[in-house]
Design a protein around this ligand. Sequence first.
Ligand SMILES: Cc1ncc(COP(=O)(O)O)c(C=O)c1O
Length: 369
Amino acid sequence: MINRNIPFVDLHSQYLSIKPEIDAAIADVIGNSLFVRGPYVEKFEHAFAELMQSKYCVSCGNGTDSLYISMIALGLKSGDEVIAPAHSWISTTETITQAGGTVVFCDTDKQTFTIDPDLIEAKITNKTVGIIPVHLFGQPADMDPIMAIARKHNLWVLEDCAQAHLATYKGRQVGTFGNAASFSFYPGKNLGAMGDAGAITTNDRALAERMAKFARHGGLTKGSHEIEGINSRLDGMQAAILSVKLKYLADWTRSRQERAKRYTEQLAAIRDVETPFVADGRASVWHLYVIRHSDRDGLARYLAEKGIPTVINYPVALPFLPAYKRFGHRPEEFPNAHYNQSRILSLPIYPELLNDDLDYIVAQIAQFS
Ligand SMILES: Cc1ncc(COP(=O)(O)O)c(C=O)c1O
């Protein structure tokens, strides 16, 4: 078999598939010189809120900002504790610290990689103010028990939907459960801009206003600085590009789901490979297709030699990162996140991935195992 050169994410193919529309949208923004905020941004905010089944959308510079802005608007103060999963991208927790809070890690479920609701209550103290469930890799967190705990203890819930646009839990879209939901449009995300971009959705009008105010130098109109804020804006070009791509998101999601199904059917027969587990009632949008293997590093090296790139999302679980050395966390406190960090491997998955390439990837994994 001749080696191939399969990309991990194929942004260029996606662009080519909608090139005339994207090129026209960019030309339109340049022609009108509407580069920051303005009608392109408003149009996208409305369309995104509608697709995400939320009343309000506040766009911003990136997904990390969307978490930070949300927590400031939710009223996070110095000393407040926020519970977050041990397995995520660092944006989920670095923003808790940036907003003045204290990160409290909770282990994830071994199979779904999402926060384990059975472990949350033991983490609650009189300083706890909120929970950030992360719909990791595209699979929703177990939202019913999380929301029940939040209601019982009067905590806010901020859903980190950076990897899960359009994922559903018991038929209901992620982002509609908590007080607010944060989204990333980093280029490789399921809905990706051509640069950095992010947004927050919520049904709470007052909260949306506080978010918008903080993100725009503390005032909703130019010159009215009621508070000190930050500058975190979606620009017109990214908004116009995202408006084009938004129309295709449902189709692209279905394509990801078909590819994940094909992977799982074929990989199931291969010894030593654990395919991703999706819990009952949850529909993943497969931002990442993450297998587990006892010789993960050997498999990754072997696949690289065969022209198949893989990624580890993420090589070190959050509590064990140098950034959190101050907590002195030990592996036995987060056994599942610790177990998974040495076994997980993300295979290429995107709507444009050819079945033939996917079958080649599976064949190479079978060769190794
Ligand atoms: C789970 C999660 N949260 C937050 C973010 C932050 O998004 P951004 O890269 O747009 O700042 C990401 C993106 O990588 C993510 O995967």
